[in-house]
Write a protein that binds this ligand. Sequence first.
Ligand SMILES: N[C@@H](CCC(=O)N[C@@H](CS)C(=O)NCC(=O)O)C(=O)O
Length: 227
Amino acid sequence: MKLYELAAADGRRFSPYCWRIRMALALKGMSATPAPVEFQQIPALFGGTGKSVPTLELDDGEVIVDSFAIALWLDEMNPVRPLFTSSTARSHCRVIEGWANTAVAAEVRNMIIMDIWKAQSPENQAYFRASREKRFGRRLEDIQQGREDRAATFNTVTMAPLAHALGHARWLGGNEPDYADCLVFGSLVWGPIISDFPILNDGPVKDWFARCCGLLKDEPEVAALRF
Ligand SMILES: N[C@@H](CCC(=O)N[C@@H](CS)C(=O)NCC(=O)O)C(=O)O
């Protein structure tokens, strides 16, 4: 099977949603051939029906769009080392997904949005700027401005629920990592992959982040991280 992942001009894969699935595959001991695509290649995928990445293309041609749907499918087709140990875990992961999308990934994005733009090819820079400035109603420069102050609040406020959970267990999944860890890790890791701006302070959250990176040490973007 093939995993379509968002890539920058130099090939670095940087999408938070795609890293959730790379980590999920690593937890399950599964692999998928990387199919890196840049922003403007996405709509042309699958005969012009491409919507978003990650998209998983199975060997029989079936296509699964959306990271959570892919995670559910991985467990369904291969129940070994489950990403969701129960239906309760599945429901709770939807809460964590909501928090990871609207707080973690969104705040990281606002701290690195110019670095994301800089990493794209000229055509993709134009697309990224136009689409994001329309979506957020502000210039990219204005979105990123003031990130030093926001990074401090990010560590003390946004990361507080994660720090709280890590005070009780080594992983969000408890003794072992599960899809909850993938959700939050993906939402953080795109920062240091695409930007030199330091986000995480030293402490239990960064230690957990380093443990997650250890699970993905065969992925060049993660192996290259220095923190
Ligand atoms: N809910 C989706 C969100 C996926 C998503 O938004 N992916 C972005 C890349 S990070 C995308 O494909 N964007 C296309 C674009 O902006 O043109 C998921 O979890 O997979």
